[in-house]
Structure formats: structure tokens, C-alpha cells
Design a protein around this ligand. Structure first.
Ligand code: NAD
Length: 304
């Protein structure tokens, strides 16, 4: 099969779900000249998305590398659409970004399958649910896949693509070309994998760091210092867990444990105790560090 000849071009996009990742993905698409309909079940979420996008564009403008002209053309390409039927009408790709609940995603996919054009590709941004668990509710199993973006795609610049059981080569190729057009690098997950690629690497790092501290081998500060010094990063694994949210970290560890049943995969006591005290990270102003001024930002943090 000659993919170049059969591949359809993705121009128009709908992002279905306008929360943390939804508005960011929509902005990335519009900023790279694709018309986008952003939909959410809740009108307030659409309003918040509009405000978040305006703030983000404002900060790009202040940073000096974003002209008023590009800002206007980006905004013109973005439509905040409260009607789900209109949101998907005539689009080539729908990126679903609703909360991480299997039954919800299956319901949404079923609705999308019924309302989208026959040739529209539908993807899920899920962090831990494989599309093969969702695809069966659709009649287009060759045109569904996982497209896993990371937050702030204009900085993270990668997306992981993973097939379902019947996703076609043409679908993978079209989506891959589209991702490059919005300036994110598509990384191909060659076999189904919970955690895709990067999150599996992060999972091992996170798990080992938590056990190092839980076992009393090192303080979390020294683990972060070791990481930050050696890899030259501005944040260490514990700072990063605080950003993600310690309750979210626990839930993700439980997903891995659910698959492996290995007791070392269970969230360690150290993490559960913090959550029990309501210390969930940046969002509660306290996790491993205290916010808004965590110690790892102190000028002397890495000094001998
Ligand atoms: P979120 O809770 O911030 O946003 C979800 C949005 O979906 C909300 O605005 C909600 O109102 C809306 N919604 C709920 N039900 C809906 C429905 N039936 N139809 C349309 N919209 C509906 O969640 P999020 O963090 O943006 O995560 C979305 C998806 O992206 C999840 O699958 C998550 O695993 C994945 N993801 C999140 C991150 C992250 O850093 N937050 C990173 C990568 C992937």
C-alpha cells in the first residue's frame, strides 16, 4: 500500500473536553493554523478554557516572541462550541480529553461515532486507558487511536501515538503528519503499553525515589539534589510529584499495581501518610515541599 497516495489530510479538528489538557491541545492546533472547535459539556469549563487561552497568549506576547497578528489569527481559528453536534461537524480529527474514567470515555466515543462523519478519526488523550478498551463501542475501529499529549505541548513537544486492535496504517500516518504540522513530535508506541513510553520511564524513577525515602535510605531533598545536579534539571522527582498532585500519583501507582499485583508497586506508606494529612502538593500549598516558594528554588540549593 502506498501511504502517501491513500493518506487523508487532517485540517479541521475538534477537541472534546476543555479542561487542563483540552484547551492546551486546542491552542497548539490553532497556533499552527488548524481550525479548531473546542467543546465541553459544562459552559463554565468552556469559559475557563477561553480565559486560560487568553492568559497563555498574553504571556507569550509579553515574552516578546509572539506578534499581535499571529495572536489574532490563532484566536480566529478557535471556536468555543457549546453544541456537541456542531463541534464535530465536518472535522477530520476529534481528540477526546474528558476525565480519566473508562465508562465515560466509552459513552463519549459511542456518541462521537454516531455523530461524526464516517471518515473522521477519533483519538483519546487518556493517560492510562488503552483505546482497545474503548474501540468496541464504535463502528470505525480502523480510525481510533491513543494520542497522548503532555501538558504545555508548546514546551513538551511530544505526543505518543498508540494503536487499538484494528487501527489502520493510514490512520497512524495521517495523524503522524498532523502532529508534525502542529509542531509536536509523534513517538510511536509499537505494542500496547500502559504508560506509553515516557510515563513508563518516569514510573520507574518515581517508584525507586519513593522507596529510597520510604526505606529510610535518603531524604527526599537529597534525592532531588542528586537528580537535579546530575541531569541539570530545574526540578527533581519529588518536586515533580508535588506538581502532578500526590493523590494523582497514588491513583496512577494503583493502576500499575492493579496490572502487576507486585506489592513493591503499591503506593508506599510515605505517600499515603502525606495524602492522609491533606498534603497533596502544589495545589494544597504543601506536599514534599511548601509552596509557593519550594526550597529547591533557593539559590543555595545545589551549592557545595
Ligand atoms: P480535566 O478534568 O481537567 O478536564 C476534563 C474536561 O472534560 C472538563 O472540563 C469536564 O467538564 C469535561 N467533561 C466531562 N464530561 C464530559 C463529557 N461527557 N463531554 C465533554 N466534556 C466533558 O482533565 P484533564 O487533566 O484535562 O484530562 C483529560 C484527559 O487527558 C484524561 O484522559 C487524562 O488522563 C489525560 N491527560 C491529562 C494530563 C494532565 O496533565 N492533566 C496529561 C496527559 C493526559
Amino acid at each position: 500500500m502506498n501511504l502517501k497516495l491513500t493518506m487523508s489530510k487532517i485540517e479541521r479538528v475538534c477537541v472534546f473536553g476543555a479542561g487542563t489538557l483540552g484547551w492546551q491541545i486546542a491552542l497548539q492546533c490553532a497556533n499552527h493554523e488548524h481550525p479548531v472547535n473546542l467543546y465541553d459539556l459544562f459552559p463554565q469549563a468552556l469559559k475557563n478554557a477561553e480565559r486560560n487561552i487568553a492568559n497563555e497568549l498574553e504571556s507569550w506576547g509579553q515574552a516578546g516572541n509572539f506578534s499581535a497578528e499571529v495572536k489574532n489569527s490563532t484566536l480566529q481559528l478557535l471556536k468555543f462550541e457549546p453544541d456537541p453536534i456542531k463541534a464535530v461537524a465536518g472535522v477530520d480529527l476529534v481528540i477526546e480529553a474528558v476525565p480519566e474514567k473508562l465508562e465515560l470515555k466509552r459513552t463519549v466515543f459511542q456518541e462521537l461515532d454516531a455523530t461524526c462523519d464516517a471518515d473522521t478519526i477519533i483519538s483519546t488523550n487518556s493517560s492510562s486507558i488503552r483505546v482497545s478498551l474503548i474501540e468496541g463501542v464504535t463502528k470505525r475501529m480502523d480510525r481510533v487511536l491513543n494520542t497522548h499529549f503532555y501538558s504545555n505541548p508548546w514546551k513538551s513537544r511530544i505526543v505518543e501515538l498508540m494503536r487499538g486492535s484494528m487501527t489502520s496504517d493510514e490512520t497512524m500516518a495521517s495523524v503522524g503528519v498532523f502532529m508534525r504540522s502542529i509542531w509536536v513530535l509523534p513517538l510511536i508506541v509499537q505494542r500496547e503499553s500502559t504508560g506509553f513510553i515516557l510515563n513508563r520511564v518516569w514510573r520507574s524513577v518515581k517508584k525507586e525515589c519513593l522507596h529510597l525515602v520510604d526505606d529510610g535510605v535518603a531524604s527526599f531533598e537529597d534525592v532531588d539534589r542528586a537528580w537535579m545536579s546530575f541531569y541539570g534539571t530545574k526540578i527533581g522527582p519529588f518536586g515533580l510529584m508535588d506538581r502532578v498532585g500526590l493523590d494523582v500519583v497514588r491513583d496512577i501507582e494503583n493502576v500499575y499495581y492493579g496490572e502487576s499485583r507486585d506489592p513493591r508497586d503499591l503506593p508506599p506508606r510515605l505517600l499515603l501518610d502525606k495524602i492522609g494529612r491533606g498534603e497533596l502538593g502544589v495545589k494544597t500549598s504543601r506536599g514534599f515541599y511548601s509552596y509557593p516558594n519550594p526550597a529547591y528554588l533557593d539559590p543555595g540549593w545545589l551549592e557545595p
